[in-house]
Design a protein around this ligand. Structure first.
Ligand code: BES
Ligand code: ZN
Ligand code: ZN
Length: 511
């Protein structure tokens, strides 16, 4: 396989803020016809400054549509010169998820043409509304203008340039600085999706670690890799139980640290933990083909943690962050762990192995132990942990478990703010009775099929030293047809809401 471009060469579309209306600004040098996203707040009438508004009225009439239908079904109208305008109304009173969803639909009407350049005009809005609509449009276009890794002879090309026009009548000039945060989030989300999309023969643990190393260098993060040998010596039996099934000993727990320059000594410290199973066969309790398909995406939690670290840095949040990535594969082999093995985890807990497909909680147990040892003020883990969370929620929400009600509320609020929906699950102590073991301190899971997403959370909790902790079970890591702002099946869910959560948590806990 040809080498995939290294990090840093992946560039999202560049933003240009242009004074003047679409028609004035349409002196684009490219030979491409003009593609424009026309965004309006929900209103009873078409704003006066809408480009080619007569044609919009004509088409609506011809199709028997009402203006308000543009808030559900955006309309693409081909222009005489060969261009295309996509019109969308956004109800700014609605949840962010709904706003981003309809904007994504509109953006895709243009992106399906595989353009290099798209123009954006926000009409009929002023002040904060105009800025918010411009930000959301930009987020959606940047995200979906990126091209995820694929090996096709006729590969799609990424969007190169987004031209944002100042509103003809409403809001004044947009400045590039108004969009730094959304660009950072789009870039980080794209990183998470890219890594997750890579096929498992390419993104092996060894290759993944190489990429993380390269990224650490460009981002100036400190990096420390706990490889298999070292983990074995340390007594990280839970991680090694999973990793020992692979022929190549390339598994590792990768520790990244980001310390913003000039950060106060007493600043808050956050630890992010991610499940990085580059392929989950299920191990000896082998998955059937239908369920094994897609299991190269079982490293998504680690990609989200990594991308969130990048977002925190780009957003210049005043917080010290450590990321702990549990990178391994779950293979079947003569060396692989088995049902009834009794494993000693890094913190001394003896675990009775019940099902080799519950490998995520095994690798996370020791990774949480390492992360918790430095006593962060907040510990968050991301993992495609359980099929039962997918049964509970489908792929449109992620499930959250929290060590306190305040943290649970924060996770939901941050999800709402970012347009990534999060639902909180209970994790009362009595659930843990299902994990009582006759031969060890705890069972890894149960074969009885009781709410495994809750049992998994109870299991993980044992390794968090009762720190303030949030566990995100990423049932929404892959949603067919896209989700919210994102049009690809792989969603990068957790990056935007994670960043919103950290910003909010810092506002509550600093100073
Ligand atoms: N990675 C899977 C969970 C998963 C499957 C997440 C599909 C998202 C989509 C995990 O390692 C797993 O296989 N869990 C088992 C646990 C069970 C054996 C207790 C499951 O859910 O079946
Ligand atoms: Zn599994
Ligand atoms: Zn798994």
């Amino acid at each position: 396989m040809p080498p995939v471009p290294a990090f840093g060469s992946r560039v999202l579309a560049k933003l240009d803020c242009q004074a003047g209306s679409l028609e004035q600004g349409a002196t684009t040098k490219s030979a491409q016809p003009l593609l424009a996203l026309i965004v309006m707040p929900l209103a009873k009438q078409l704003p006066a400054d809408v480009p080619a508004s007569d044609r919009v009225k004509e088409v609506l009439k011809r199709r028997g549509l009402k203006l308000a239908d543009l808030a559900k079904t955006p309309l693409a109208i081909d222009q005489p010169g060969g261009g295309r305008y996509a019109y969308v109304m956004v109800d700014t009173a609605q949840a962010r998820f709904a706003q981003l969803s309809v904007l994504r639909k509109a953006a895709m009407l243009l992106l399906e043409e595989d353009p290099r350049e798209i123009h954006v005009v926000v009409c009929g809005a002023d002040g904060q509304d105009a800025l918010q609509l411009a930000r959301e449009s930009l987020y959606v276009l940047s995200l979906n203008g990126a091209v995820l890794p694929a090996r096709k002879k006729k590969a799609a090309k990424p969007l190169k340039r987004i031209v944002l026009h100042s509103c003809p009548t409403g809001y004044g000039d947009f400045k590039a600085g108004d969009f730094r945060a959304v660009s950072a989030l789009a870039e980080a989300n794209t990183l998470a999706r890219e890594l997750t999309a890579l096929p498992p023969n390419e993104l092996t643990p060894g290759h993944y670690r190489q990429r993380v190393r390269a990224l650490a260098k460009t981002q100036s993060w400190r990096i420390e890799e706990y490889d298999f040998k070292r983990l074995k010596k340390l007594g990280a039996g839970a991680f090694c139980a999973v990793a020992q099934g692979s022929h190549e000993q390339d598994a590792a727990i990768v520790h990244l640290s980001y310390r913003p320059k000039g950060l106060d000594k007493h600043a808050q410290r956050v630890a992010l933990v991610g499940k990085g199973i580059c392929f989950d066969t299920g191990g000896h309790n082998l998955k059937p083909a239908k369920y094994m398909a897609g299991m190269h995406e079982d490293m998504n939690g680690s990609a989200v943690a990594l991308a969130l670290l990048m977002a925190v840095q780009a957003l210049r949040l005043p917080v010290a962050v450590d990321a702990w990535l549990a990178i391994a594969q779950n293979h079947i082999s003569a060396q692989a762990y088995k049902q009834n093995d009794i494993i000693t985890a890094l913190d001394g807990t003896h675990i009775e192995v019940v099902h080799t497909d519950a490998e995520g909680r095994m690798v996370l147990a020791d990774t949480l132990t390492l992360a918790a040892r430095s006593k962060p003020d907040l510990l968050i883990d991301f993992a495609t942990l359980t099929g039962s969370m997918v049964s509970a929620l489908g792929n449109r929400y992620a499930g959250a478990f929290a060590s306190s009600e305040a943290l649970a509320d924060l996770a939901v609020a941050a999800g709402r703010q970012a347009g990534e929906r999060v639902s909180v699950f209970p994790m009362d102590e009595d659930y843990e009775a299902a994990l009582d073991s006759k031969v060890a301190d705890i069972k890894q899971c149960s074969l009885e099929g009781e709410a495994d997403h809750i049992l998994a959370a109870r299991f993980l909790k044992r390794f968090t030293r009762d720190l303030p902790w949030l566990h995100i079970d990423l049932s929404s890591a892959n949603c067919k047809g896209g989700l919210g702002a994102v049009a690809s099946d792989i969603t990068g869910f957790g990056v935007a809401s994670g960043a919103a959560l950290l910003a909010q948590w810092l506002a509550e806990h600093s100073g």
